[in-house]
Design a protein around this ligand. Structure first.
Ligand SMILES: NC(=O)c1ccc[n+]([C@@H]2O[C@H](COP(=O)([O-])OP(=O)(O)OC[C@H]3O[C@@H](n4cnc5c(N)ncnc54)[C@H](OP(=O)(O)O)[C@@H]3O)[C@@H](O)[C@H]2O)c1
Length: 299
């Protein structure tokens, strides 16, 4: 079924990959940007500040979307701990504005949440497990999940974790692109040994989310990569796959950093998303090789 899809936060890492993935399925895609006016093919971009409900209403009225994908978020985990008012302004008040603007079109709403809604106290978390955040970022993401679920709009919540992939000019780097830049220069890369994640190739997450939307799935999905590993292991794999010296990856413990927010080390099961979406969620090896292939076509 042909759909009009509005991607809020299209200028971000996952948002821009979603524009490509949903567009590839033949839907009519538009997107928003705020500070970074990033041009994405021929897709229509709207300047929107989530704090300004009128800017949201303007975009929604113009597109009258069947689907809204909400990827807007304040970036970084620690800033949520140290600046709760600002975090609330973007995530909570911002989502209230989004839901208000959505009243005009009553779309299916997809919210991009996080593995950090969990406490990490189980070996593996499925969609049936109850969130129990241990930091303010997780609390904020869980609060928005609940706002979306009680909005009376049909919804899908997709929880992602540690997104990586090639960025466009004007976008911020991610763990892999930042590490590659240092490795290329022959610089040491300090990575954290006690933070475990499901690293997730953003292009792959976008493809899975697009497939789930295309198949009219709803409810909660864990859209994460298929490995659970610490940052040092991830850094070493990055060096190996891109042909850099893996001895440049140095291990350090997060305790020394004294960061404001605790990390939950939550391992999410991605089975449901793979089965219902019909698209494989990649391992770190596969994701990094995908990135290498994008620069090295003879691979
Ligand atoms: N990155 C991860 O590892 C990770 C992990 C778990 C969950 N998530 C979640 O996944 C989603 C996407 O993450 P991402 O890394 O792709 O995000 P990102 O690259 O930081 O992009 C965030 C988007 O939000 C927009 N935005 C920020 N403040 C805004 C405001 N005041 N008004 C309107 N738009 C605003 C940005 O627009 P401009 O750049 O144009 O200002 C950008 O398009 C987020 O909800 C995030 O919480 C991400």
């Amino acid at each position: 079924m042909f759909m009009k899809v509005l991607i809020l936060g299209g200028s971000g890492l996952l948002g821009s990959k979603l524009v490509a993935a949903v567009g590839k399925l033949g839907h009519d895609v538009s997107y928003t940007f705020n500070e970074h006016r990033i041009k994405l093919g021929d897709f229509k971009g709207y300047k929107v500040d989530v704090s300004d409900v009128q800017s949201l209403i303007g975009a929604v009225k113009d597109v009258m979307p069947d689907v809204v994908i909400h990827t807007i978020s304040l970036k970084g985990t620690d800033i949520y701990e140290t600046n709760r008012d600002f975090a609330d302004k973007i995530n909570i008040d911002g989502t209230r504005n989004i839901l208000e603007a959505c009243k005009i079109a009553k779309p299916f709403i997809v919210y991009i949440s996080s593995a950090f809604v969990f406490d990490g106290k189980k070996n593996i978390f499925t969609e049936d497990d109850n969130p129990n955040p241990i930091n303010y970022y997780g609390e904020s993401k869980f609060a928005v999940e609940k706002m979306v679920m009680s909005s009376n709009l049909p919804f899908m919540i997709t929880r992602v974790d540690q997104l990586y992939g090639w960025t466009l000019s004007g976008q911020e780097g991610n763990t892999v692109t930042k590490n590659l830049r240092k490795l290329e220069m022959g610089e040491n890369v300090e990575e954290i040994s006690d933070w475990y994640n499901n690293p997730t190739l953003a292009d792959n997450a976008a493809e899975v989310i697009a497939a789930l939307i295309n198949k009219s799935r709803n409810g909660i999905y864990h859209v994460v990569g298929s490995d659970f590993m610490n940052r040092v292991e991830w850094g070493i794999k990055t060096a190996e796959i891109f042909g850099f010296d893996k001895n440049l990856i140095k291990s350090k413990n997060s305790e020394k950093l004294n960061l404001p927010a605790k990390r939950p080390n939550a391992n999410l099961s991605n089975k449901k998303a793979q089965i219902d979406g019909g698209v494989k969620l990649l391992s770190v090896d596969e994701g990094l090789k995908f990135m290498r292939k994008q620069i090295n076509k003879d691979d």
